[in-house]
Design a protein around this ligand. Structure first.
Ligand code: PEP
Ligand code: MG
Length: 908
């Protein structure tokens, strides 16, 4: 830190100091403003205060930072004054400024912004005279006081049911005057609002609203720095893995006005469709308005392009004549400016080679660009844009692969409404298709309720008049979001798309009554807790709960997956226990089953009775009798799996969980079981007691069961070999792999291996035919990893059970860690949930060591992973680096793992 260090970077005309590659220092917004200037795009001049100043502010406070940047800020303002030919604080020709946050990663709406800064009782008169528009001047002034009062002076609603205190004043005045819209208020009314706002501020804070523009400016700068650590920004950072150490930059920029009359406008646009990915320039604007009006969803905006406008009207059921007269597109209204905007958007997309989200303002016929950034988009749009840009030659294959965040594929794989159920559904309202998908849930009206209900396992739809950044957690917890106001670029729409969450916005027929906790649509009330469904693809709001079905995958998705397969080294298998799951996973591109948990086959239907007979058996003979009943059932299950995976490996694991899991623990069900099996209640209770364990996860499970009762292993092995031969006889190609769970010593493996080999030999002899198979082990106890070389002498493959390996390495019970893990993550003990994303330095080190030891003894040993981590992109990257042959994950995560494996291979 030094007094000479540069903290301020100018932009505007040829004096621009920053550039797009300076995002770490200037934030995304500042860097791109500078880049736009370099591209010859008209941008209001200004300067960016660097993120380094923010970090110093957080660490050392405003006094230190003020000393360091005061002089540079003065020079920055002088630069803007010179560029605009106006003076800051001048009574006759005042320069007004906007002060905006802008971090390295975009955090839409999370931090603070102040517009129209520099106005006071004198400057407002100057502005009125200069613009020859008294109403505009007073409107700007009241907006400024409102924003500054909220952001810098902390005037917020007093409770969650209360509305914004400034809006209450506006509404009261409108009622008194008998008018509906803000635009119906005249200059005199606005002047009155200014007085009332100031009184409110004085009454609530005990301070006068600052009249000195420099006091205003410094207040705004500090407020933006402080907003980096406001609760909603913190939540957003948490959800998006953004480090607190980055800090935000502050952009101080000359104001341009979209609210100077009918030749002025302001808007937001996307170079491609952020919902579907279609290559169509689209966006929204409002005539005679300021930027915040478009995103705040207060008025229903018009569409930028004619095509977009017509599509919008169709969805909103507005006739063409009405559309053309009341809601014309910018293309129709201001054709020359539209052409210029089109030129800018093309320039920007070609320059950044990615879909851009842009903000613009038209001031009395002149177009100004206020922002450009890579646009947030749905998972579907992400895939389509990447593949189309590849086809258009804008990006290469490796860039296309890296453009898609693997986890976002989730949205493409998830269910849509069942068309039949949808046809029978009752439409209750229509809004804009803000973020595609299908959602069904119970209505809640407050974000905190959404969170609480979701935590209690309920599916909820968050219904709001409009959303604000405070609602973030609730939106994240909800299945879908419905808003009464707001367009396609409203906060709700933008954030929902970013989260890949279904959202219908601007459903005008919806009236929300927060106090009564109900919404009224066409005279009917829908209360908190009622079920509704949202179709984010069409904008429909439907009554009740509607059935969903699996999504169909688009052509671009297939192309992306093919590209991923071209670059990935690891195979992706699936964890599947039924032929249905196996087929689904195969359709998602799984090239084998990495884990069949046979215990899942024990739970279903009638089988549980045979399993319970086995558990209640007092002698081996009785146990074998029960097992004989299970044999044909298991055999046919395995046949189904082998046939579904024809030609691909199928890894079957011996029974793993403790036996008490198969017995009822409550009196009622124990009585039912006793009656069902014709045994005494006492016998059941006794067995439950005998099987009771203090720590079942560390108890009598895995190979410990098979070693105690080898006849169970024998039955499972027989079922598998007979099924394999049967499937083979029917013309299927079977690649069977059988694995022993929870091994910690070579002896454990050998004891089970002997039973399996003996059974294989017996079945092959009986049938007079045989087939090759692999016999391997899971590596899921730390000891197994430590002695992996000795185990590899006998085991033909390793499959890392990272769920148990994590549990035992960290000493965290899989069942109980939920109680303290959130605190641990918050306190930074672990960066992520180690059961979701592998603890690379700890558990990962064991994996690396076991791979190395295994290969040192058996160089071609097949090594995979079948714990939950097999579907987590960061873990997949780690397994790639550790040299694993495959990952195995649940069917829905197969495409995610394929893409993650390709991205890992690209990183090397
Ligand atoms: C594991 O422990 O990682 C594993 C796959 O086995 P399970 O989850 O069935 O214990
Ligand atoms: Mg396990």
């Amino acid at each position: 830190m030094s007094a000479n260090k540069q903290y301020i970077y100018r932009f505007g005309s040829d004096a621009t100091e920053g550039a797009a590659d300076m995002k770490n220092l200037l934030g995304g917004k500042g860097a791109n403003l500078a880049e736009m200037c370099r591209l010859g795009i008209t941008v209001p001049p200004g300067f960016t205060i660097s993120t380094e100043a923010c970090t110093l502010f957080t660490e050392q406070g405003r006094g230190v930072v003020l000393e360091l940047i005061r002089e540079q800020v003065l020079q920055g303002v002088a630069f803007v004054e010179a560029q605009m030919g106006k003076r800051f604080g001048d009574a006759t020709n005042p320069l007004l400024l906007s002060v905006r946050s802008g971090a390295r990663a975009s955090m839409p709406g999370m931090m603070d912004t102040i517009l129209n800064l520099g106005l006071n009782d004198q400057a407002v008169l100057g502005l009125a005279a200069r613009s020859n528009n008294e109403r505009f001047a007073w409107d700007s002034y009241r907006r400024f006081i409102q924003m500054y009062g909220d952001v810098v002076m902390g005037l917020k609603p007093l409770s969650k049911e209360e509305h914004d205190p400034f809006e209450i004043i506006i509404d009261t005045l409108k009622q008194k005057k008998g008018v509906q819209l803000d635009t119906d208020l005249d200059a005199h009314d606005l002047q009155e609002l200014v007085q009332r706002f100031k009184s409110l501020i004085r009454a609530r804070t005990g301070h006068d609203f600052p009249t000195d523009p420099w006091v205003q400016l410094w207040g705004a700068i500090w407020a933006v720095f402080e907003s980096w650590n406001n609760p909603r920004a913190q939540v957003y950072r948490e959800l998006n893995d953004i480090p607190a150490s980055w800090g935000t930059a502050v952009n101080v920029q000359a104001m341009v006005f979209g609210n100077l009359g009918t030749h002025s406008a302001t808007g937001v646009a996307f170079t491609r469709d952020a919902g579907t990915g279609e290559d169509l320039f689209n966006g929204e604007f409002l005539v005679n308005a300021q930027g915040e009006d478009v995103v705040a969803g207060i008025r229903t905006p018009q569409q930028v392009s004619l095509v977009g406008s017509r599509r919008w009207a169709e969805l909103a059921l507005i006739a063409e004549a009405e559309r053309a007269s009341l809601y014309p597109s910018l293309q129709e209204l201001m054709p020359d400016l539209y052409d210029q905007l089109l030129h800018f958007e093309t320039t920007l997309e070609n320059h950044f080679r990615d879909m851009q989200d842009i903000e613009f303002t038209i001031q009395e016929g002149k177009l100004w660009m206020l922002q450009t950034r890579n646009g947030k988009r749905t998972g579907a749009a992400m895939v389509r844009i990447a593949m189309e840009m590849l086809e258009q030659g804008m990006i290469d294959e490796t860039t296309a692969l890296q453009r898609v965040t693997p986890d976002r594929l989730n949205e493409l794989l998830h269910p849509v409404f069942d068309p039949q159920a949808l046809r029978a559904a009752t439409l209750i309202a229509r809004g804009l298709p803000a973020s595609p998908g299908a959602a069904t849930g119970q209505i809640v009206f407050f974000a905190d309720d959404a969170e609480a209900w979701a935590k209690a396992g309920k599916a909820v739809i968050l219904v709001r008049q409009e959303t604000s950044p405070e609602d973030l957690r609730g939106m994240n917890a909800a299945k879908g979001i419905l808003t009464a106001r707001g367009g396609m670029t409203s906060h709700a729409a933008v954030v929902a798309r970013g989260m890949g969450k279904c959202c219908v916005s601007g459903a005008g027929a919806v009236h929300v009554d927060l106090k009564a906790r109900c919404m009224r649509i066409a005279g009917t009330d829908y209360a908190e807790g009622d079920w509704i469904s949202l179709n984010g693809t069409t904008g429909e709001v439907l009554l009740g709960r509607i059935a969903t079905r699996d999504a169909e995958l688009s052509g671009d998705f297939g192309k992306l997956m093919a590209l991923a397969d071209k670059y990935k080294r690891m195979e992706v298998r699936t964890n599947a226990d039924t032929p249905h799951e196996a087929r689904m996973a195969r359709s998602f591109g799984a090239t084998g089953i990495g884990l069949c948990r046979t215990e899942h086959m024990f739970f279903e239907g009638e089988r549980i009775t045979a399993v319970r007979e086995m558990i209640l058996a007092d002698t081996e003979a009785q146990r074998r009798k029960a097992l004989a009943k299970l044999l044909p059932i298991q055999r046919s299950d395995f046949e189904g799996l082998f046939e579904a995976m024809n030609g691909l490996p199928v890894t079957i694991r011996l029974l793993d969980p403790p036996l008490h899991e198969f017995l009822p623990h409550d009196d009622g069900n124990q009585r039912l079981m006793a009656a069902d099996m014709q045994v005494s209640l006492g016998k059941i209770k006794l067995r439950v007691e005998e099987l009771h364990e203090f720590n079942p996860m560390m108890g009598h499970r895995g190979c410990r069961l098979g070693i105690s009762y080898p006849e169970i292993t024998e039955m499972q092995a027989r079922a598998m070999f007979e099924a394999a031969l049967n499937a083979q006889a029917r013309g299927f190609t079977v690649k069977a792999e059988i694995m022993v769970p929870l091994v910690g010593t070579l002896r454990e493996f050998n004891l089970q291996a002997a039973v399996i080999r003996r059974t294989a030999a017996a079945v092959f002899a009986e049938r007079g035919e045989s087939l090759p198979y692999l016999l391997g082990t899971m590596i899921e106890t730390p000891r197994a990893a430590l002695v992996a070389d000795s185990i590899a002498a006998q085991a033909e493959f390793f499959s890392f059970g990272t769920n148990d390996l994590t549990q035992m390495t960290l000493g965290f019970s899989r069942d109980d860690a939920g109680k303290f893990l959130p605190t641990y993550i918050q306190q930074g003990v672990y960066e992520h949930d180690p059961f979701r994303s592998i603890d690379q330095v700890g558990v990962g080190a064991l994996v690396q060591m076991a791979v190395q030891k295994g290969r040192s003894v058996r160089p071609d040993i097949e090594v995979g992973v079948c714990g939950e981590h097999g579907g987590d992109p960061a873990s997949v990257a780690f397994f790639h680096r550790a040299g694993l042959d495959y990952v195995s994950c649940s069917p829905y995560r197969v495409p995610i793992a394929r893409l993650a494996a390709a991205q890992a291979a690209l990183l090397g």
